[in-house]
Ligand binder design. Structure first.
Ligand code: FES
Ligand SMILES: [Fe+2]
Length: 432
């Protein structure tokens, strides 16, 4: 009996369970795994030159600042002298100076000045400094140990004639619920059943297929007429899909999402859409989107809490003032619990997508815990989303319209949601 138990313990020590995907603080299995990949942590437009911000990512606080020269830097949150918040200090050139006693640090975290010390020991003082790269309107950082891996690029989004919309949002539950929701097409007809672009029969279990790819999971829905919708999940927390058409000038739009934990109960979805339209259509889209971002004056996260508490019904929500799709997903995902209890689930055929994601995560986490080599995920050119014959304009996938034009980045985040995101990322929300 004793022996059985110790064998079981030894096995379970290396057998990640569903709940192991959820906590991502320093030292947790999922936290260690996610930190091995470049992650978006902020929006470039939210970081002004000469300004510093405290940023919380995966339950760890950092100081993100933009030097006077325009480059972004990420270092630890606190000054090693007496623990003051470096984000409250002053940006000087590419350095940051602590507001308490003036110690100054360079962008790699090296202390370079201690104005109150007669005999300086700055060269012995160093805090964490993390590689940063700005790309497609987002600030990416490598938060793991050792050298950063190669930066993954998306050539389709880099250069084409059209717009890239930045459309991120936050959600107040564990990030993995949103990861799983992506490869759960069956929810669309119910959670978003009132959406004009939802159609009956979407996401029947027997029509869904999920297979491991070089990058993660290829998720295919085949309609009864044989037409397919293909979506690509990239390990560990990326999604490349064709989003449903939601504007008369836009057909299916290629979208890239990253789900990044702020802490275990809150996450960001960093989202960009590639919209290959120019001229008058681009102008019309731009105008409509700018009008819409001001019209939305209710944060979906707050409306969601009213619905979950029973103070409000979904049918009573004014869709003009809130992003309904996000609200619908909020209600479904927060309704599962802030960290869903997966131990009592009854999964079926329609859950093949999330079953496949969990399988890969379990395998990789087990490898990580046992110090085995992990799969090197890489998106080859062929791994693109596709949507055929499902309405909207003919889709353009895989960078079919790439050209020399510089891409126009357009921020379409509703103003109330931007404020929400900045509060959340600063760590203040989670501390309240
Ligand atoms: S706490 Fe930063 S210099 Fe003293
Ligand atoms: Fe949804």
């Amino acid at each position: 009996m004793t022996q059985d138990r110790s064998t079981e313990d030894a096995q379970s020590a290396h057998t990640p369970r569903a709940e192991d995907y959820c906590p991502t603080g320093p030292g947790t299995p999922a936290g260690r795994y996610l930190r091995r990949f470049w992650q978006p942590v902020y929006h470039s437009v939210d970081l002004a030159p000469g300004r510093a911000q405290r940023v919380r990512i995966m339950s760890q606080d950092y100081t993100l600042y933009r030097g006077d020269g325009g480059d972004a830097f990420l270092v630890d949150s606190r000054c090693p002298h007496r623990g003051a918040l470096l984000s409250l200090g002053w940006v000087e050139g590419d350095c940051i100076r602590c507001m308490y006693h003036g110690w100054r640090f360079d962008g790699a975290g090296q202390c370079v000045e201690q104005p109150t010390e007669d005999s300086e020991f700055a060269h012995k003082v160093r805090i964490g400094g993390y590689p940063v790269r700005e790309y497609l309107g987002l600030v990416f950082a490598y938060l793991g140990d050792g050298d950063a891996p190669e930066f993954p690029r998306y050539p389709e989004f880099e250069s084409f004639e059209g717009l890239i919309e930045i459309d991120s949002y936050s959600r107040d539950c564990n990030y993995f619920q949103n990861v799983e929701n992506a490869l759960d097409m069956s929810h669309v007809g119910f959670v978003h059943g009132d959406n004009r672009v939802a159609f009956s029969g979407i996401g029947f279990g027997r029509a869904l297929q999920a297979d491991e790819s070089d990058w993660g999971v290829t998720y295919v829905f085949t309609r009864s007429d044989g037409k397919k919708r293909v979506q690509q999940f990239g390990m560990p927390n990326i999604f490349y899909m064709m989003a449903l058409p939601n504007d008369d000038d836009i057909g299916w739009q290629e979208s890239l999402f990253w789900w990044v934990p702020v802490d275990d109960l809150h996450h960001m979805q960093f989202s960009i859409h590639r919209i290959p339209v120019t001229g008058g259509a681009a102008e019309r889209i731009r105008d409509r989107r700018q009008a819409r971002r001001a019209e939305i004056d209710l944060p979906h996260q707050e409306v969601c809490l009213d619905i979950i508490a029973g103070r409000l019904r979904m049918s009573d929500v004014d869709g003009g003032r809130v992003d309904m799709v996000r609200l619908q997903d909020d209600v479904a995902q927060l309704g599962q619990g802030l960290v869903a209890d997966r131990s009592r689930e009854r999964l079926g055929r329609s859950d093949v997508g999330l079953i496949e994601i969990r399988k890969l995560w379990r395998r990789e986490l087990a490898g990580l815990l046992e110090d085995r080599p992990l799969k090197h995920w890489k998106r080859s050119a062929g791994l693109c989303p596709q949507a055929w014959g499902l309405g909207g304009a003919p889709p353009v996938t895989g960078g079919g319209q790439t050209g020399p034009a510089a891409v126009d980045l357009v921020d379409v985040r509703p103003y109330v949601e931007m404020a929400q995101q900045l509060r959340l990322l600063s760590g203040v929300e989670a501390e309240a």
